[in-house]
Design a protein around this ligand. Structure first.
Ligand code: PPS
Length: 297
């Protein structure tokens, strides 16, 4: 099956299938409620993980949603066609995810009290994860070689545009205490601690027992075994697990197996150049060459 090319919406390239002009307009006019919670991510930064975590935190550990509802209906994407079909089934407080940059959030979002959890991941691991995802997802453009994909990513010739633009857009908001920043690496390092931060931000008082229960159910292993979360319900013609699994490795630092020293220098200097003059620093040392194997994918 061959897919039509990406849609361009207000300067952003998006894959067809899940997105349409109509779904993007629907998102613009979506009526945000004060109690809504958005997990915002650049693709491959921890979206699916948050689709597991948010319902569990908001319901104080009720497993029913994660065991009975596919992740895309449980915590739908704001920008995808599916939202319109399932919005009436969402119970309050609603949890949604989006890959939108700040400027594309619905008009009603800006005047609401809705909260945002912005999850960032080391862009070197985002790139690796995305490279494999492009190989298994038929609705995405051919990534080309690893070398070519590095440049596509750095130049923003990928879905949802440049990683640096996304991060900058969400770092320059005036949302005050409506936004919380979290990294994928923090969640890997100490998931219960990350869950406590999330619960606190959402005004939920969870016992240590509930935190442990949520952490167990949100482990990579548990999610990989949960057919409501591991994308095994998606037909192979759209996502082919023989090419790569959606829940692929779930680790920090897989980039070390992919970047050569030259590629790493090029990648980190490009990102650092785009971050020049910003009033925030990235929580990773991108030019760290320690442990780089001279391996090319
Ligand atoms: S998408 O397509 O944007 O929705 O992808 P996204 O869910 O943001 O990112 C997919 C990567 O997140 C990893 N993942 C996890 N890692 C650790 N623990 C848990 N529980 C978990 N859930 C998802 C997933 O494996 C993808 O990363 P890679 O590096 O490819 O394994």
């Amino acid at each position: 099956m061959s897919w039509p090319s990406y849609i361009t919406y207000r300067g952003l390239a998006l894959p067809p299938g899940a997105h349409s002009e109509e779904s993007l307009e629907y998102a613009q006019h979506f009526s945000v409620e004060d109690t809504d919670v958005f997990a915002v991510t650049y693709p491959k930064s921890g979206t699916t993980w948050m689709q597991e975590i948010l319902p569990l935190v908001l319901s104080e550990g009720d497993l029913t949603p994660i065991q009975t509802i596919p992740n895309w209906d449980r915590v739908p994407w704001l920008e995808e066609k599916r939202l319109k079909e399932v919005v009436h089934k969402l119970s309050s407080p609603r949890a949604l995810v989006t890959h939108f940059p700040f400027r594309l959030m619905p008009q009603s979002f800006f005047s609401s009290k809705a909260k945002v959890i912005y999850v960032m991941r080391n862009p070197k691991d985002v790139l690796v994860s995305s490279y494999y995802f492009h190989q298994m997802a038929a609705f995405l453009e051919d990534p080309g070689t690893w070398e070519e994909f590095i440049d596509k990513f750095l130049e923003g010739r990928v879905m949802f545009g440049k990683w640096t633009d996304h991060v900058k857009s969400w770092k320059h908001t005036d949302l005050g205490d409506r936004i919380m920043y979290l990294t994928y690496e923090q969640m890997i390092q100490d998931l219960p601690a990350a869950l406590r931060l999330i619960a606190n931000f959402l005004g939920k008082k969870l016992s240590e027992e509930v935190i442990k229960k949520i952490a167990d159910h949100c482990s990579f292993k548990s999610m990989k075994g949960n057919m409501m979360s591991n994308f095994s319900l998606v037909p192979k013609m759209y996502m082919d697990p023989d090419k790569s699994q959606f829940l692929r490795k779930g680790i920090v630092g897989d980039w070390k197996k992919h970047f050569s020293s030259e590629q790493l220098a090029h990648f980190s200097s490009t990102i650092y150049k785009e971050m020049e003059g910003e009033n925030f620093t990235l929580p990773w040392n991108l030019s760290d060459t320690a442990e780089v194997a001279d391996v090319h994918t």
